[in-house]
Design a protein around this ligand. Sequence first.
Ligand SMILES: [Ca+2]
Length: 442
Amino acid sequence: MKFPHILINFFLVFYISCAVYAQQSYKLQDAFPNLSFDNPLDLQHAGDGTDRLFVVSQSGLIHVFENRSNVKAARIFLDIRDKVTAGGELGLLGLAFHPDYEKNGYFYVNYTAPKPLRSIIARYSVSLVNPNSADKKSEFILFQVNQPYSNHNGGQLAFGPDGYLYIALGDGGSAGDPQNNGQNKSSLLGKILRLDVNCTSDDKNYCIPPDNPFAGNTQSYREEIYAYGLRNPWRFSFDPVTGWLWVGDVGQNLWEEIDIIEKGKNYGWKIMEGNHCYKSSTCNTSGLTLPIWEYGHDDQGGCSVTGGYVYRGKKLPELYGNYVYGDYCTGRVWALKYNGINPATNALLLKEDINISSLGVDKNNEIYLCDLNGKIYKLTTNTPTPTATPTPIPTLSLTPTQSPIPGKRGKIYGYVVDIKGNPLESERKPSPAQKDHLNSQI
Ligand SMILES: [Ca+2]
């Protein structure tokens, strides 16, 4: 056997997958039957000790409401529809609360504005007198970057465990990254950026963290860059236990990918799409970090990944430590297991006729899904769920200080399994019929 340890790990993981998923089947439940939203794109909580949820609408609205299923109505927290240009992939795309929001009232948004078309990263403040309303006049723009095309604007913002603000920007759009922004380290596009928003510098409304990979470089590389070679990172999140940064990066025509982002690394686009040379049978892959998982544009996959969250809640203990994510086009929701050492395994949790625009978590790390058509769903099971903490599984457990092992990544040891743990197929073949679907939109 060439890779006996891998096979052993596979069978162990396979067995565990069978044991874990055979017991449960998953479904979506309308989390707030009285509420629906106009093109919801993001769901966040403020981390301030309250149990409120904030839903971002593409048009430029943020609503706030109490996190209980019978809540009657949501209030408008922020309305910047007059600043935002929306439609297609444009709009108010992301929201992040400052880690000290309870004290400073700061939150951050990522939106597109017209004339010229550009992405704006801005800070706002909550009202001094009303915790359910923001002060629209408080806008403080951190930076803006022109967008050459209307699509691929990224949009996620999130604070990392280091207290810095991470920002996702897509490659600028069109198709095939015509400006080669993903690989251009002098451009902010096609990147994950990292800023220190707790200070300002001579020429910026923020500071460059001193250990950013290109801080102080003399080659005109943008010092804001944390990682590059992304196409359209649509939703990223930090695992609160490991601190790992998980990204769903939307593919071009064939492959959707999940990456774990590390400082200074090149995630391949447009040299590669997923684990495959883009538009070529061969390419130079040296120095590239490949996804930990990919799925194809086929009848088992989808056409546009929506990155999710590593589940750290209590209501679905069998999912603890799994990365839950979905596909915008097909409504599939999967759970991906990966510990940086063993092959990743992927299980289909459910498939519903919705357009998954985003996932989100509440203050208890329970998971929600946004359907672009208006509703917010809660991930739940068809059977009563145990309340006990799951027994840790040694080979799959993560430790807080463990870092991904780069040498193990980039090789395709993964297996697709269904909800009962049965392998669906080991390799994906593209479906030409689906190649162009949503290509103009996503
Ligand atoms: Ca990639």
